[in-house]
Ligand binder design. Sequence first.
Ligand code: C5P
Length: 301
Amino acid sequence: MTGRPAVTVRVPAKVNVQLAVGGARPDGFHDLANVFLAVGLYDEVTAAPAESLRVTATGPDTDRVPLDRTNLAARAAELLAARRGIAPDVHLHIAKDIPVAGGMAGGSADAAGALVACDALWGTGASREELLEICAELGSDVPFSLVGGAALGRGRGELLTPLEVGGTFHWVFAVADGGLSTPAVYAEFDRLTEGVDVPAPEASPALLDALRAGDAVALGAALSNDLQPAALSLRPSLAATLAAGGAAGALAGLVSGSGPTTAFLVEDVEAAGAVADALVGSGTCRGVRVAAGAVPGAVVV
Ligand code: C5P
């Protein structure tokens, strides 16, 4: 096994163009209508032969990435190895470019990447179906990181239906200081909706039409995130970032997933540059990233 060449897998970030959240289920999760779009910001996960399971990471803010077995990438290797009755002896190196704990599925991307990389390194030959099953065990967003493109996630987000995308959508992402914990944001959602009859989450037909047509103006009008009030409640400074992106000419802006990254949909590459510059100048965020989507999911490079 130690003679095998290392395998590198590239995995994209996501933005939720719609995140409709239902009430808390008995298992503590929330039923979702979660419309994912994969965008061209990537982590790369390399799996190399090793004496035992080890995780390393390089890139911005990797001091906040756990390098022990709580890292989702390590758990992915362990789950696949356990299914085959082999030892999860692998060195996983994560070259991070997706904001850490930013609401862009960076940890999920690393898990999907590690799974595909270990499967190739170990020659375990998992089917797409089995990979998706393991992804769902790892986390609600991990199956989407594997498949990429655009998809509607039902259940807790793991039951995917691929969606047609009729054009390229351009985005500017404003990176905030620090991260937000996804469970904390869902808990705040529960607190804010206490006593409210939360409707069953449904995908917006107008939003799905806009994606299919590649119509950025229509998509901008339909963007929505039910977690945004909770993210703003925990991080009130995000309101200034959203206002700055709107004033800079973005078609629309919203909190990405559970935040604290904010996402601004723009008309084209030129508009992306202008909005990015204005956001940097506004002093309301730590940095900006420009990316377009949809892009494919996890691929061996
Ligand atoms: O599935 P994942 O491990 O990414 O979820 C992290 C946390 O986010 C869960 O423990 C839960 O608190 C919350 N969550 C939720 N409903 C979902 C997805 C996540 O409440 N559909």
